[in-house]
Design a protein around this ligand. Structure first.
Ligand code: URA
Length: 288
C-alpha cells in the first residue's frame, strides 16, 4: 500500500531529489533509511528556501553554500551512518564506464574517526573480487607501512579515487576520477582525518588538482580543502586538513629502493601528528 509522507518528510525528499538532479542523477531507487539518524531527522525538519513545486529549478544557493551548522554537527556526530548514506547514494553505480566491468564496488574501509586517511588510485583484481580496498599484494605492503607507523589497519581509513576497477588495471581516466571523486570528497568530509596520505600520482594529482611530478609533490605537508558536490550534507566551507604525498605501494613493490623515501613521507605524517617516531636504527621501516 502506498505510504503518505508527512509534510516535513516530503520536503526532505524533495530536497534530496533536487540534490540528485544537480548531480545529473535522474534515476532513483528506494532504500531503507536509518530512520533514527538524528541528522536525517534534522534535514527533514529543515525549512527549505525553495517551495516544493520548484524543486526542479536550478540551484538558487551560491555553489559554496555550507550545510546548516546544526545538520553538519549532527552528521559529524554519527559518522558511521553518514558513510553508510554516501555508500547508499553511490548505489549500483553506472555513472561511468567502469560500472560495466566491475565485480564489486569498493567503497572504503576503516575507522570513521581515523586521524589518517589513505587514498589510493582504484581497485585492482583482488579488491574487485573482495569489495575492500588494498587487500592484494599492494595492500599487504600498505598494511606494513601502517604498522611501521605504530598503527593497525583498523585504526586508519582507506579509500580510492575511483570505486570500480579499471579494466586491465589501467590508470583511471580523468572523467572517471571526476565522476567518482565527489564521493571520495564526501568520505573525506565525514571522516575528517587530520592527515590525508595520497598514495601515488593518480591520488596526488586528483586531490591537489595538479599535474606536477611525484618528485615535486612529495616531501611537504599541503593544506587541503575537499571540494564537495553542491548541497552534500557534509559540506563545510571551513573544513581544511593536511595532505602528504607518497609513493603507491604497488610502485614500491616494483622498485623497493624507494621504500626509504616512502618511509620518510610517513615519518613526515607522524611528525605532523605528534606521533612518536621510532628511534634511529630501530628498524621500524616497512620492509616487505
Ligand atoms: N591499488 C589501489 O590504488 N587501490 C587499491 O585498493 C588496491 C590497489
Amino acid at each position: 500500500m502506498a505510504k503518505v509522507l508527512d509534510e516535513a518528510s516530503s520536503r526532505a525528499v524533495a530536497e534530496a531529489v533536487r540534490y540528485y538532479r544537480e548531480l545529473g542523477i535522474y534515476d532513483l531507487y528506494r532504500r531503507d533509511v536509518p530512520a533514527d539518524a538524528a541528522w536525517l531527522q534534522a534535514i527533514a525538519r529543515e525549512e527549505l528556501a525553495v517551495p516544493v513545486n520548484e524543486v526542479v529549478a536550478a540551484p538558487t544557493e551560491p555553489v559554496d553554500a555550507p550545510t546548516d551548522p546544526a545538520i553538519l554537527a549532527a552528521v559529524l556526530a554519527d559518522k558511521p551512518t553518514a558513510l553508510k548514506v554516501i555508500r547508499e547514494d553511490i548505489g549500483d553505480c553506472q555513472r561511468c564506464r567502469l560500472g560495466a566491468t566491475r565485480t564489486n564496488l569498493v567503497f572504503g574501509v576503516g575507522d570513521p574517526q581515523a586521524r589518517i586517511m589513505f587514498v589510493g588510485e582504484g581497485p585492482g583484481a583482488d579488491e574487485d573480487a573482495q569489495g575492500e580496498p588494498f587487500v592484494g599484494r599492494a595492500g599487504q605492503l600498505l598494511n606494513k607501512m601502517i604498522n611501521a607507523m605504530g598503527l593497525r589497519r583498523e585504526q586508519v581509513y582507506i579509500a580510492n579515487v575511483v570505486k570500480c576497477r579499471p579494466p586491465q588495471n589501467r590508470t583511471p581516466e580523468r572523467d572517471e576520477c571526476d565522476t567518482c571523486g565527489g564521493f571520495l570528497m564526501r568520505q573525506l568530509s565525514v571522516v575528517r582525518p587530520q592527515v590525508v596520505v595520497a598514495l601515488g600520482a593518480t591520488a596526488a594529482k586528483y586531490l591537489l588538482g595538479t599535474s606536477d611530478s611525484m618528485a615535486n609533490l612529495r616531501g611537504r605537508v599541503y593544506e587541503f580543502h575537499p571540494v564537495l558536490p553542491h548541497a552534500a550534507p557534509e559540506r563545510d566551507a571551513e573544513f581544511t586538513t593536511s595532505l602528504v604525498v607518497t609513493y603507491h605501494p604497488a610502485y614500491l613493490l616494483r622498485d623497493p629502493r624507494q621504500k626509504k623515501e616512502a618511509w620518510a613521507d610517513l615519518q613526515l605524517v607522524m611528525k605532523h601528528l605528534g606521533m612518536p617516531l621510532p628511534a634511529r636504527g630501530a628498524g621500524a621501516s616497512p620492509e616487505a
